[in-house]
Write a protein that binds this ligand. Structure first.
Ligand code: SME
Length: 167
């Protein structure tokens, strides 16, 4: 059984611990839903001041809600729309310190004030985005981005993406 362990300490030690834990959590498992669900839960429980953590999947011509923790969310997001659709179309992480100032931000939870969205690629093809929301303005910075991009890479590499790549 996986033993969830939250450690005390500074942000770097907590992120280093999180990266170790996610590696253990997905070890020996390639199922897309299982690994996305478990890693969304791990993130949500590990990070402070977060009200939503989860994934949107690349379902051909739009992003569709995947496994997450938090309140029920918007289901379909066109490429180029909102923070998630922008991360998908620009193929790079969106670090949004104030969602109210992001043109076209999609408000799934009115409590959200800042957000980070990390695109995930398998062999250069966009398969999903990792989305994390916070009720605190400027909750995420470049250091969070660096660790969350590593987190997303570990998750991406653990998964058999054939349900997505087949379209
Ligand atoms: N705020 C996102 C939509 C997804 S929810 O935050 C879960 C966006 O603007 O794309």
């Amino acid at each position: 059984m996986f033993h969830f362990e939250q450690i005390e300490g500074d942000r770097i030690s907590r992120y280093e611990n999180l990266l170790k834990q996610v590696g253990h959590l997905v070890e020996g498992e390639r199922d897309m839903v299982a690994n996305l669900a478990n890693t969304a839960s791990l993130l949500y429980l590990s990070l402070e001041q977060v009200n939503w953590a989860g994934y949107y999947l690349n379902r051909g011509d739009e992003l569709v809600l995947g496994p997450f923790m938090g309140k029920p969310a918007c289901i379909r997001i066109p490429f180029g729309k909102g923070v998630c659709g922008t991360a998908a179309s620009e193929r790079r992480t969106q670090l949004v310190r104030d969602v109210l100032k992001f043109p076209g931000h999609i408000a799934c939870d009115a409590a959200t004030r800042s957000e980070i969205v990390v695109p995930m690629f398998k062999d250069d093809q966009l398969v999903a985005v990792l989305d994390i929301d916070s009720p605190i303005e400027a909750r995420f910075d470049e250091e969070d981005q660096r660790y969350l991009e590593q987190f997303a890479r570990i998750v991406t590499n653990s998964i058999d993406w054939s349900p997505i790549l087949k379209g």
